[in-house]
Ligand binder design. Structure first.
Ligand SMILES: [Ca+2]
Ligand SMILES: [Ca+2]
Ligand SMILES: [Ca+2]
Length: 366
């Protein structure tokens, strides 16, 4: 419309300024305006396509917070994981294996179906442990709760791992998820969790997502994490409103360079009211309230908590590792903390004093 008006003005002026230099100047101005408007329009198309290709809708304030209302709450512009600039650069990152130590996962889901790791060394359904890893027919991971090879058993009991994995995939479409199940719903024990972590590491995971916590220290888990400094453990700070400077939960409180603990914020950049916090006990905060997630059978629901916040940090860590595969876990942790979007109200709530900022963290790699 604006272009049309400019052309009209140009034509109107034509008689009067025919053969004048002004006509040429106005012509040049018109061309510049057309080029600028055209490039803005193109940028908007590429921006929208970028969001669509990542399954991001306007409900997903975590990826793109423009202050929109989600579930009746208006957000604060810019309080998101700042991933859009990273996507728009269309960086060709390497594929990364992420172990999701959790419930089972609905592997037929629209996102998960293309991102489930499969054990190439294992022949399916022949009753034999072909790769001799101790697990028979573990073609798509292992269920340490039931001690069998079915990684999805039930909608109700396997929803948590499903939505965590889906959110990691949304953040980084170049991940493969190793399903290592140790929970039935919210039930599971630390020794099974330790075995499940070990399985994911032995299967090649470089990042381990732990969206759960135990109050009791499990020495075997602590040792396993300590012994695997080449693997980053991304751990939830829990939903019991604990000050983790004073109290411990595990594995988030293990004091290791390869453990990053994650608290949650809402869409206005305020601490999630039930989430764990602490200037030393929590490293970073990420979106964790009114998050529209993808459940088994492709159902959708809203959730709150540090579990989902953790999935964004795992996704971010995998993106950074994919961009620079020789990064060590402590280096990933460092850029995630240093790249955080600082908020005054969060200064004493975690070590970074702010919210996960993927693009700022990426720029720190250079
Ligand atoms: Ca096997
Ligand atoms: Ca087999
Ligand atoms: Ca099973």
């Amino acid at each position: 419309m604006i272009i049309y008006e400019i052309v009209l003005v140009f034509l109107f002026l034509e008689d009067e300024f025919l053969k004048s230099k002004k006509k040429i100047i106005i012509g040049i101005v018109c061309i510049i305006v057309i080029i600028v408007l055209g490039s803005v329009a193109f940028r908007n198309i590429s921006y929208t396509n970028s969001l669509k290709s990542h399954y991001v809708s306007r409900l997903d304030w975590a990826y793109n917070n423009k202050g929109q209302k989600v579930k009746g709450v208006s957000g604060t512009k810019g309080i998101d994981i700042d991933i859009i600039p990273f996507w728009q650069k269309k960086l060709d990152t390497n594929s990364v294996l992420v172990g999701v130590i959790d419930t089972g996962e609905y592997k037929k889901g629209k996102l998960l179906k293309n991102h489930i790791w499969s054990n190439k060394r294992e022949k399916a359904n022949d009753g034999k442990d072909n790769d001799k890893n101790g697990y028979i027919d573990d073609q798509y991971g292992w269920d340490f709760y039931n001690n069998d090879n079915t990684i999805y058993d039930n909608y109700l009991y396997d929803y948590h791992g499903t939505y965590i994995a889906n959110e990691i995939i949304k953040t980084n479409p170049k991940v493969q998820i190793i399903v290592s199940k140790f929970m039935k719903g919210t039930k599971g024990d630390a020794l099974d969790a330790t075995k499940a972590i070990n399985y994911a590491i032995n299967s090649g995971a470089r990042i381990i997502n732990c969206s759960w916590d135990f109050y009791k220290d499990e020495p075997k888990m602590r040792q396993l994490i300590h012994d695997n400094q080449n693997v980053l453990f991304v751990c939830a700070a829990g939903n019991s409103n604990l000050n983790l400077d004073k109290e411990d939960i595990f594995p988030a409180s293990y004091d290791e360079d390869n453990v990053i603990s994650v608290g949650a914020v809402n869409s206005q950049g305020k601490l999630y009211e039930y989430g764990g916090y602490g200037k030393n006990g929590v490293d970073i905060l990420a979106p964790g309230e009114n998050i529209n997630i993808l459940l088994p059978e492709n159902d959708k629901e809203y959730v709150d908590g540090t579990s989902i916040a953790t999935s964004y940090v795992s996704g971010a860590a995998s993106l950074l590792l994919g961009a620079k595969p020789d990064l060590k876990p402590y280096e990933i942790k460092k850029v995630i903390i240093n790249g955080a979007k600082k908020e005054t109200g969060l200064r004493n709530k975690c070590k970074s004093g702010g919210i996960l900022d993927i693009y700022a963290s990426y720029l720190l790699l250079k």
